[in-house]
Design a protein around this ligand. Structure first.
Ligand code: SF4
Length: 491
């Protein structure tokens, strides 16, 4: 049985869609390609279990639609799997319907969708397309293997009683499912990603997080031990947190360092594990000598680490720490359920930078309850952190209430949604009613990026250059900033 795991080409003039493994979808002029870790594990699992697997990322490989169809015609897969997301779901439905024209009496092509949007709204895809299966929850690697095992057993009639919970399918004209998904799989039982079948080089260079290249991604856990922020689309996929053993993660890092000659690793756990796990991990990095061979980056929460933790992380090879700042207003942080005190933001940025780590901050604008003064406070805090050198880089975005999040439910209750045309959930324009006009919100986002033209910011960056890697990194970052200013231009 042959399975294609695909990111099909998407027709758009808005830029490159940053779809794979992305909590926040955007079109970029200057694309960042994130290694789609869970789909890549799915490909590896399938291969290890005797299935033929084709990795087909048309977005990263810049493959045209005609070429994509040609590939599918040549490969003749039994099943095509797409990771999907709210702004592109309608395009995926159309592609699925198009692909079904390739079916013949001798060739039964089937399709499967997975991701946070279809986890929130699984029936919608059956109602709007000919899709055969939807996998809900974030363990779609395990679920895809389970589905393929069952399809292999019964080519014509699926033995639905053997399906794991979380799989949606059609039966006798009805939409049915195998129950609520469970996240009870053991992450340590998963194989390390087969980087070759998943074309690791596609994701090793065009990624703004890496200072040294080639870089790559891993995930130490799924997905965030906090998991309660009201806007977070991945808490829909992973309502429960699980972490791999330290040894398992270190072994994978060792393999990447030795075999792939990777120079920087980004861990894409929603929030990296802390406490004893983190300490053991840092000591392991040092004992095995990986701290001298690679930089290690991760997502982190403000208020989660002590000064000693930052110190140990620096020694262990950590470099970039990505923090969700979201807003400079305590009332907003509370409404978002961030469980964060405002003063911890500055305190942690100071601690991290003092110890030689590089905080990257993410900021959002367009909250329905924030007025101009509130938004301006966020802009000012973000700019101040960057100019003072307390934050190294940043990302400013619009808040998007993805289906499945509690923010989306709140929007529905309070009639804040301006549209439920999912294509508009792409950050090109605000989709929630706010007291601030849309143009002004877009200006705020651009205002954040324009701090890069501030002479003090530029001077600070110039004085911080230590080597050619720094220079190249700054050059790439500048290119990205200019791209982002255009990304947030109103249509
Ligand atoms: S801390 Fe980050 S990953 Fe965790 S729930 Fe909040 S937004 Fe999501």
């Amino acid at each position: 049985m042959k399975i294609v795991i695909s990111y099909p080409p998407l027709k758009t003039k808005k830029g490159y869609p940053t779809l794979g493994q992305n909590r926040q979808f955007q079109y970029f002029r200057d694309p960042t390609f994130i290694y789609p870790v869970v789909p890549a594990i799915a490909a590896t699992l399938l291969k290890e279990n005797g299935f033929e697997v084709v990795w087909n990322d048309c977005l990263a490989e810049n493959i045209s639609y005609d070429k994509f169809v040609e590939i599918i015609q040549e490969e003749k897969p039994d099943l095509i799997a797409f990771e999907t997301k709210t702004p592109v779901i309608k395009q995926h439905w159309k592609i699925i319907n198009d692909l079904y024209k390739l079916r013949t009496p001798d060739y039964e092509l089937r399709t499967v969708l997975f991701g946070d949007h279809v986890t929130a709204l699984p029936e919608e895809s059956f109602q709007n397309s000919l899709v055969d299966f939807v996998l809900t929850g974030g363990d779609y690697d395990f679920l895809l293997l389970n589905l393929c095992n069952n399809l292999q057993l019964e080519a014509s009639t699926l033995k639905t009683e053997n399906l794991e919970p979380g799989i949606w399918y059609r039966e006798e004209g009805q939409i049915r499912n195998s129950g609520q998904f469970k996240l009870d799989h053991d992450l340590n039982s998963l194989p390390f990603i087969d980087r070759n079948i998943t074309k690791w080089q596609l994701y090793a260079y065009k990624n703004g997080n890496y200072k040294r290249r080639p870089g790559t991604y891993i995930m130490s856990g799924r997905d965030c031990w906090w998991g309660n922020c009201s806007f977070c689309s991945w808490s829909t996929l992973y309502p429960k947190f699980r972490v791999r053993s330290v040894r398992n993660v270190l072994d994978e890092i060792g393999m990447l360092v030795e075999r792939q000659k990777i120079k920087e690793i980004m861990d894409d756990c929603g929030t990296f594990p802390v406490g004893d796990w983190l300490k053991e991990f840092c000591h392991g990095m040092i004992q095995r000598g990986y701290h001298q061979k690679i930089y290690f980056d991760c997502n982190m929460r403000f208020g989660a680490l002590s000064l000693e933790d930052y110190e140990l992380m620096k020694k262990a090879g950590f470099r970039l720490l990505l923090f969700g700042l979201e807003s400079a207003n305590q009332a907003t942080l509370d409404r978002l359920n961030k469980n964060l005190k405002l003063e911890k933001i500055i305190e942690d940025c100071k601690s991290a930078t003092r110890l030689g780590l590089f905080p990257h901050i993410t900021i959002m604008f367009g909250y329905p309850w924030e007025d101009w003064e509130d938004a301006l406070r966020t802009l000012q805090l973000g700019r101040w952190l960057l100019k003072k050198g307390l934050a190294y880089t940043m990302q400013a975005t619009l808040v998007v209430p993805y289906p499945g999040t509690s923010l989306f439910e709140e929007c529905k209750q309070k009639s804040w949604l301006k549209t439920i045309n999912w294509e508009e959930y792409d950050m090109k324009t605000p989709v929630m009613q706010t007291p601030i006009p849309d143009e002004k919100i877009m200006e705020l986002v651009q205002g954040m990026y324009k701090v890069s033209f501030d002479p003090r910011f530029i001077l600070r960056k110039l004085f911080s250059l230590k080597d050619m890697d720094d220079l190249r990194y700054c050059f790439r970052a500048a290119k990205k900033v200019i791209g982002h200013i255009f990304d947030f231009n109103r249509r």
